[in-house]
Structures are given as structure tokens and as C-alpha cells.
Design a protein around this ligand. Sequence first.
Ligand SMILES: Nc1ncnc2c1ncn2[C@@H]1O[C@H](COP(=O)(O)OP(=O)(O)OP(=O)(O)O)[C@@H](O)[C@H]1O
Ligand SMILES: [Mg+2]
Length: 277
Amino acid sequence: LGAAKEYIGIDAGGTLIKVAHETPDGAVRFHKFGTAGLAEAAAWAASREEAAIALTGGKAAPLQALIGRPANHLVEFEATCSGVRWLMRRDGLEQDSFLLTNVGTGTSIHHVDGERHRRIGGTGVGGGTLVGLSAMTTGVKEFDEIVRLASEGKRDDIDLLVRHIYEGSTPPIPGELTASNFGRWLQTGGSDRPENVLASVVGLVGETVATVSVHAAGQCGASCVMYIGSSFIRNELLRKVVAGYTELRGSRAVMVRDGEYSGAVGALLSLKRGGAA
Ligand SMILES: Nc1ncnc2c1ncn2[C@@H]1O[C@H](COP(=O)(O)OP(=O)(O)OP(=O)(O)O)[C@@H](O)[C@H]1O
Ligand SMILES: [Mg+2]
């Protein structure tokens, strides 16, 4: 491995396959393969005969079987935490202690403190919920289409805000907080517009993720939540909901650039450290 000039880290997750590729000129490139891309990703990696390969994620084992030559294997959470540190350093965001929330198919939450990291927990509400609940309620199944429509929607007739409950008086907590996601549906008759329903689905997912993260941050004494995961890709609305809600609840939110590649970067770094194949 020490002699390799090319390094490939692959994070094969429940939905997407993320690749960090260091080419012989030392540049690190990112790309991903779609939902049904396991064979395609394996063929791509296998064709780079000179490259050292490291794998992580829930689908690492079936991917390894398809690649057909030995690769390094990493525990997903270790890869994710070391990778996100590299991305943070690249962007001048270094911090000692922070909360890391990975909004993948599901959502997992870690506390990173210096070299140590601990899994705090998570929630089953994540990117898979975003697409599943969107498809169920509106029939729209494509992630990009869900995001595009959601960004044109209004949540007013669907979600119940604190100020709706405290109409005419001063609420004890910010009136713009959601009191009940989808909780206004019966009072107003809801909405026929898929855009509005999708905006509320994004709201439900984003607010749940942010709320769980803020609580975990409080528990760990961390003031900042780093958000990563493909659910944020070209998804300005989810970013806004998550960052806005995190800050409204008193923590700092950072959306890590290329954060969805954290696991892949961590896998790549394991090769550069000369880990055994
Ligand atoms: N092109 C796409 N196709 C499908 N989902 C996408 C796409 N782009 C973004 N997403 C969103 O990203 C989510 C998957 O995120 P991510 O790739 O971080 O998870 P994963 O690593 O595959 O899953 P996990 O880590 O939970 O095993 C999807 O559930 C969906 O909401
Ligand atoms: Mg993942």
C-alpha cells in the first residue's frame, strides 16, 4: 500500500455510494453513485488497478465482494469522524469539541471531543423519511423533484405554530416555533398543493433532526452542531430549516461543505496513514 500513487475511499451507505479519490497528482476528487450503483461503483474501483482502496458503510461487504481484490475496511463512525475533521480543517472550521449530526438515510449523532468520539444516538427520521413520506403523501419520488417542489411550498395551513395556539396573547416561548408538525391539518382542511405538503415534510424532518441535535449538544456541553449527509445536497430548504431551528434553540449550526463525503474521506485517510489491507 505504501507504494500506491492513487487512493480511493468509498462509503457505501444505505442509499448512496460516496467516493473520495486522490489521483496521482495529489488532488482529491469527490463523486457518488446512485441508489442502484453498487456494481457500477465496484467496476469503477476495480478498473483502477494501481489504486489502494478502503471501504466503509453498511454496504461495504457486498461492495468488497464485487471489487474482487482486498481493500481496507473501516468502522463507519470512525471514518465519518476522521473525515469530517479533515473537511473542517480544509475550510478553517477546526474545533475541539462539537456535535456531529449525519443526516443520511437515517440520522446518527456523535460527540467529537479531540481525538475521541462517542455515538450519542440518533433518530430514524432522516433522508429516507424525507423521500418515503414525500412519496406516500404526494406520489413524488425523485429527491431533486421533492426538493424543488418543497421550496415553492407554504406550511401555513399544515403546521401548527406556537403563535397559532397563543393567538391574541403573548406566548411563553417563541411564537414561530412549531407546536405540532402537521397539527393544523384538521383545523384548516390541510392543502391540496403537493408543494405545501412537501414543504411540511421537509419541515418535519429538519425540525426533528435539529431538535434531537440541540438536546444532544446540551447533554454533551457542546455549543456547535456540524451537519453532514446527502440529505442536504442541493437542498437549500432543509439547510435553512435545520440551521434556523438549531439557532432558534440556542446552538450554533454549521453545514460542512462536501460533508456527505466525510465517511469516504475517512476511508481514504486510513490508507494514507498506512493502515493494513
Ligand atoms: N440522488 C439522490 N438519490 C437518492 N437520495 C438522495 C439523492 N441525493 C440526495 N439524497 C438524499 O440523501 C439521503 C441519503 O443520504 P446519505 O448518502 O448521506 O445516506 P447513506 O450513507 O446512503 O445512508 P446511511 O448512512 O444511513 O446508511 C437520501 O435518503 C435522500 O434523502
Ligand atoms: Mg452514510
